[in-house]
Design a protein around this ligand. Structure first.
Ligand code: MN
Length: 228
């Protein structure tokens, strides 16, 4: 039997500057990757090991589209993050070869129902309802890696209604992009189509309907949305 019972849901496709579209498969997110953000959430900073959670590809909202305020929360937070797009298979890659798997970079917002995440943490339950919901992964147009210079030097910033909320340098990341890819590749066989959201700097906070979010990382295309 070849007919499906209903049409498969379309794969979200993120544009890549000058190169067509990047069909999204999986989204891996890094927890607590900036010391100042770990501290503001009440955690010690350590280099024990990075940890991860995931979002469904169907959580993608392309930058520029409005984000409807999600249900069952009164504390929707922004988390501005560097997004790494994987363009080659990577499994058990060493740190010094990890960057070969990178297709490009973008700006992203890891939108979070903080109240649901906090309740899950209290009860040692999974974070899914706090992190993986419709429109919770807002992704800007990607820039090919060969057009991006020294990542570490780039400033990452998020403004809400024109006021700076989050600001740091990518060099403030506890785990570098290469270290994250190398570590993730011991847990998963990374494949073209995978995205990695690399963690957020300090300054996370709530947004409400009508707020305009605008995030930048160096010269990468910005990520922007309005909460409606
Ligand atoms: Mn995050």
């Amino acid at each position: 039997m070849s007919d499906t019972l209903f049409p498969p849901r379309p794969t979200p496709i993120v544009p890549v500057k000058g190169r067509g579209g990047f069909p999204v498969a999986r989204i891996f997110c890094v927890g607590r990757n900036y010391a100042a953000h770990a501290a503001e959430m009440g955690h010690e900073v350590d280099r024990e090991a990075p940890f991860y959670f995931t979002k469904s590809a169907h959580a993608v909202l392309l930058s520029g589209a409005p984000m409807p305020y999600p249900p069952r929360t009164n504390d929707l937070h922004h988390e501005m993050e560097l997004v790494v797009a994987i363009g080659a298979q990577a499994r058990d890659v060493p740190v010094d070869q990890a960057m070969d798997a990178v297709l490009g970079y973008g700006c992203g917002l890891d939108m979070t129902r903080r109240d649901l995440q906090a309740a899950a943490k209290d009860k040692r339950r999974p974070w899914d309802t706090g992190k993986d919901f419709e429109n919770a992964a807002i992704i800007g147009r990607l820039t090919p890696a060969d057009q991006v210079g020294d990542l570490a030097a780039l400033p990452i910033r998020l403004c809400v209604n024109g006021a700076v909320r989050q600001q740091a340098l990518l060099s403030d990341m506890i785990w570098s992009v290469a270290e994250i890819i190398a570590d993730l590749s011991t847990l998963y066989t990374l494949q073209p189509g995978d995205l990695i959201m690399t963690g957020t700097p300090a300054g996370v906070g709530a947004v409400v309907r009508g707020d305009v979010l605008h995030g930048t990382i160096g010269d990468l295309d910005p990520v922007a949305t309005t909460i409606i």
